[in-house]
Ligand binder design. Structure first.
Ligand SMILES: NC(=O)c1ccc[n+]([C@@H]2O[C@H](COP(=O)([O-])OP(=O)(O)OC[C@H]3O[C@@H](n4cnc5c(N)ncnc54)[C@H](O)[C@@H]3O)[C@@H](O)[C@H]2O)c1
Length: 370
């Protein structure tokens, strides 16, 4: 997998206590990496991080990404060869309640990671995770390309556009030599173990576990939903290519890449809830008509992933139904257990899903499985 790039490597993941960071750290452990994580705390209760007891398997460092000295100290201590930067204030709704904190965390946090990368002599590759929301959303029907305008209306989206601009300034100004760097702009991610506020699948899982209807705001809103392992496979493959690009025609250094669902297909919120209901008995939804008041949230957002396909030969593995099945199965295991027995630590289930996903990708001959 991933040209064996991570076996024995020292890999630093910021935001390792979060939804995507905890899956990425678990996958890196499976790939034989030595993993260090940096985050300010555990963002939710429950959490994927705690459910799989991840803290017991890696160097678990707590600090604020806005604190440059603390981050420098952590990176000096761990001496990573690869950094994946995911730590962020990642919620659109919270960004309206706490705009300054969102900009500071997402812009200054990215700046601090780049400064630490500039100083680090051990670092070989840096992958910065921003978002598909970094694009100015024109509500158009076409997929956004990496050359489209940056800058969203809400503070979260704008902060991710700012992070992109900062990163590409550093790439051009300081990283022509030294660590190989790139940014990634993935679409909306779903999967087991997310309990963030105001995200469709966590809201549904919470409601289902409490035998209440899930309250949804915009049933017809479409997003490039994908299983958490899909963009992570893109980040890991990009990291591997930044470490060693021999024999490949395109150089990913200094580039930005979209990672989105197979065939660019977007689904609606209603399709997500209807599909979850196939796997969760007695799951129901209710409409919240007042919930959108005062907030601008785009309804149409598509990603064009031709650049990732051409440069990296990367594409998504799963179809929508498979994505929902992985997601629903994970929450069912967490809440109900396997075979009626509730597991205390579901690391094995998480690793089993990663193995199943690797197998599905290998059967479909995806390049990173070689
Ligand atoms: N979840 C999605 O659908 C999605 C889609 C596109 C991009 N992203 C991006 O992927 C990354 C991870 O998203 P997620 O869904 O796992 O988010 P999350 O909220 O689950 O996790 C965020 C992580 O960042 C850490 N963090 C937050 N503020 C911090 C601070 N000030 N100092 C140190 N650590 C801090 C948290 O502790 C946590 O570990 C983010 O950069 C997000 O913007 C997420």
């Amino acid at each position: 997998m991933f040209a064996n790039a991570y076996r024995g490597r020292r890999v630093f993941v910021t935001g390792h206590t979060g939804f995507k960071g905890s899956w990425l750290a678990a996958w890196l452990l499976r790939l034989g990496a030595e993993v260090g994580g940096y985050a300010d705390g555990i963002p939710t209760t429950p959490s994927h991080f705690s459910a799989i007891n991840l803290g017991g398997h890696l160097m678990d460092i707590r600090g604020d990404i806005r604190d440059r000295q603390a981050l420098d100290d952590a990176i000096d201590r761990f001496r990573p060869e690869v950094i994946f930067h995911l730590a962020a204030q990642a919620l659109v709704r919270k960004s309206y309640a706490a705009p300054a904190e969102t900009f500071e965390t997402n812009m200054t946090g990215t700046l601090n990671v780049l400064e630490a990368a500039r100083r680090s002599s051990a670092l070989l590759a840096l992958v910065l995770i921003t978002s598909d929301k970094c694009y100015r959303n024109d509500e158009w029907i076409w997929g956004y390309r990496e050359t489209d305008h940056l800058g969203g209306a809400d503070p979260y989206s704008a902060s991710k556009g700012c992070a992109e601009i900062i990163a590409h300034s550093y790439f051009q100004s300081f990283f022509q030599s030294g660590p190989a760097c790139a940014t990634t702009r993935a679409g909306n991610v779903i999967g087991g173990g997310d309990w963030a506020e105001d995200r469709i699948v966590p809201d549904c899982a919470r409601a289902w576990s409490q035998a209440c209807p899930a309250v949804i705001r915009s049933p017809l809103a479409t997003r490039p939903w994908q299983l958490v392992l899909e963009p992570l496979s893109g980040y890991l493959w990009l990291g591997a290519r930044l470490l060693d690009n021999q024999g490949h025609p395109f150089d990913p250094r200094g580039q930005a890449y979209n990672f989105g669902p197979a065939d660019g297909v977007n689904n609606t919120v209603a399709e997500i809830t209807e599909s979850l209901a196939k796997y969760w008995p007695d799951f129901h939804v209710a409409m919240d008509k007042a919930g959108q008041a005062g907030m601008k949230e785009s309804t149409l957002l598509k990603l064009c992933c031709d650049k990732a396909l051409t440069h990296l030969n990367w594409k998504a593995t799963l179809q929508f139904d498979e994505t929902i099945r992985y997601t629903a199965d994970w929450y069912r295991c967490f809440y109900n257990g396997e075979g009626g027995k509730k597991p205390q630590n579901i690391m094995n289930f998480t690793l089993g899903q990663i193995a199943a996903y690797e197998n599905a990708a290998a059967q479909r001959k995806l390049i990173w499985t070689r």
